[in-house]
Ligand binder design. Structure first.
Ligand code: ATP
Ligand code: MG
Length: 261
């Protein structure tokens, strides 16, 4: 039987392309006939909006699900523009951080909620907020692996070590199965020498954990959210579309390989 693959898309650094990656990977996997659930774990609600769902008038969100006042089924919506399901979020979710503190097993609230629908999906993609907080911790505990989008900038590697340490801690204490699925180079400009150097360092340090697919800087990717559609349905021939389709292909191919010893 095929197992659902739960991926957290995380990096505590802001604006590195987490949400862009979550939305466009979800749409690219969906068009490859995968059943996908996108979980918006960020109070900014950008993945929700980018999926064509208005975050401002939602009766039930991930916030209610994490606190136990609504079930996953009551919260779940379908993105007609992206052809995948969504657990939406908005600014209310910011309160969950504090309100969950007294709850039992507070790091595992998302994992427990997702248990009910694991069999319905091939991929569950979790868009994490730009912080190593309790929400991100819920993402990392629910996930089997972490995808780390990053820009190839001077300080990128430094920020990466904090994230890698957090992943190690989570693996040691809360989620022994957690792996780094891969590092994704985003907003890449091949003409930028520094970006090339950082990219090389990344490959030296992380080897084949670095995806072969590189996401270029592409204005279509930045425009698509304002129409509430993944880039695939905004400009299907754009470089951004091609890159995220290639990333989905890489993921699907890796999934077919037998596990490495
Ligand atoms: P946050 O940490 O705030 O959640 P994020 O890591 O989710 O941010 P995004 O929101 O995906 O990052 O991207 C930040 C900004 O950069 C957005 O305006 C987005 O449209 C733009 N962007 C992302 N990827 C690309 C790209 N490859 N080319 C051009 N613009 C991009
Ligand atoms: Mg984001």
């Amino acid at each position: 039987m095929k197992m659902v693959k739960v991926l957290a898309i995380a990096n505590q650094k802001g604006g590195v392309g987490k949400t862009t990656t979550t939305v466009n990977l979800a749409a690219s996997l969906a068009i490859a006939k995968q059943r996908v659930l996108l979980v918006d774990l960020d109070p900014q609600g950008n993945a929700t909006m980018g999926s064509g769902i208005d975050k401002r008038d939602l009766p039930a969100t991930v916030y209610h699900m994490l606190l136990g006042s609504k079930t996953l089924h009551e919260v779940r919506l379908h993105s007609t523009t992206g052809k995948y399901d969504v657990l939406p979020a908005n600014r209310e979710l910011a309160g969950a951080e504090i309100e969950m503190v007294d709850l039992k097993d507070r790091e595992n609230r998302l994992k427990d909620a997702l248990q009910a629908v694991g069999a319905e999906y091939d991929y569950i993609l979790i868009d994490c907020p730009p912080a190593l907080n309790l929400l991100t911790l819920n993402g990392l505990c629910a996930a089997k692996s972490v995808m780390i989008p990053m820009q190839c900038e001077y300080y990128a590697l430094e920020g990466l070590s904090d994230l890698v340490n957090t992943i190690r801690k989570v693996r040691g204490q809360l989620n022994p199965d957690l792996e780094i699925e891969g590092l994704l180079r985003t907003m890449f400009d091949p003409r930028n020498t520094l970006a090339q150097q950082v990219s090389e360092q990344l490959q030296q340090h992380f080897g084949d954990k670095v995806y072969r697919t590189v996401i270029p800087r592409n204005v279509r990717l930045a425009e698509a959210p304002s129409y509430g559609v993944p880039v695939l349905y905004h400009d299907k021939l754009s470089k951004g579309t091609q890159a995220y389709l290639a990333l989905a292909g890489e993921l699907l191919n890796n999934a077919k390989q037998p596990a490495q010893a």
